[in-house]
Ligand binder design. Structure first.
Ligand SMILES: CC(C)(COP(=O)(O)OP(=O)(O)OC[C@H]1O[C@@H](n2cnc3c(N)ncnc32)[C@H](O)[C@@H]1OP(=O)(O)O)[C@@H](O)C(=O)NCCC(=O)NCCS
Length: 186
């Protein structure tokens, strides 16, 4: 997915596109609102209940240099001009893993779920990783979460589950399930 390219979204009126570092900087408030919506809804995405808008913006601000350096790709879904979804591709930095990337911050706003945006964002992330020469994607997700269902529905292979890996936003231990997908091969 070249930086200027957009990706066909399944939902009418929705657009999937890659944000440059400057565009991400200009969208910090919207990106932050999306992340706080996910945490407030109980999603296990590294943060705890009470996660504030300014903390969410700080998280996204921290992504900007990584995007600028080409170490991460941020793809967003927009509906009616508003950001309603994100996914981040992180290129593995290890010299012996030049073919691998991780998927993270797969978020769709609670008002826009089950319309295919998650599936489309994931496909866009896979396409962007492929275009960058990566052939293996890895992620972890809260066991039995919507994310777990999404990756299973999108052809990812479940490796296994680590019990008690993280806390839910309200402090309950939850398992993490590891997935991988080989991409870009005929
Ligand atoms: C996970 C998430 C991104 C899915 O986004 P979405 O736009 O609702 O997903 P889609 O509409 O593209 O769903 C694609 C498929 O995934 C599966 N799926 C998605 N959400 C599901 C759910 N809540 N329950 C069961 N299956 C689900 C279904 O198979 C679905 O296909 P279908 O609607 O035809 O049945 C969204 O629920 C979310 O942002 N959750 C909070 C953040 C989070 O937990 N992210 C994952 C972090 S690893």
């Amino acid at each position: 997915m070249p930086e200027e390219a957009s990706y066909r979204a399944s939902e009418p009126g929705a657009r999937i596109r890659r944000l440059s570092a400057a565009e991400a900087e200009g969208a910090l408030a919207e990106l932050g609102a999306l992340l706080t919506d996910a945490v407030a809804g109980g999603a296990s995405v590294n943060f705890m209940a009470g996660f504030a808008a300014h903390e969410a913006e700080t998280f996204w601000r921290g992504q900007i240099p990584l995007i600028a350096e080409g170490r991460r790709i941020l793809i967003v879904a927009e509906s009616d001009g508003r950001i309603v979804g994100t996914v981040v591709v992180t290129f593995a930095p290890q010299p012996n893993q030049p073919h691998r990337a991780d998927i993270g911050k797969m978020l769709v706003h609670s008002s826009a779920r089950r319309r295919g945006l998650g599936r489309t964002l994931l496909a866009a992330a896979e396409a962007a990783a492929t275009e960058s020469g990566r052939t293996l994607l890895v992620l972890d997700t809260e066991t039995d979460s919507a994310g777990h269902q999404l990756y299973a529905a999108c052809g990812w292979t479940e490796v296994g589950t680590i019990p008690g890996y993280a806390l839910t936003p309200d402090g309950r231990p939850s398992g993490a399930t590891i997935f991988y997908k080989a991409i870009g091969k005929a």
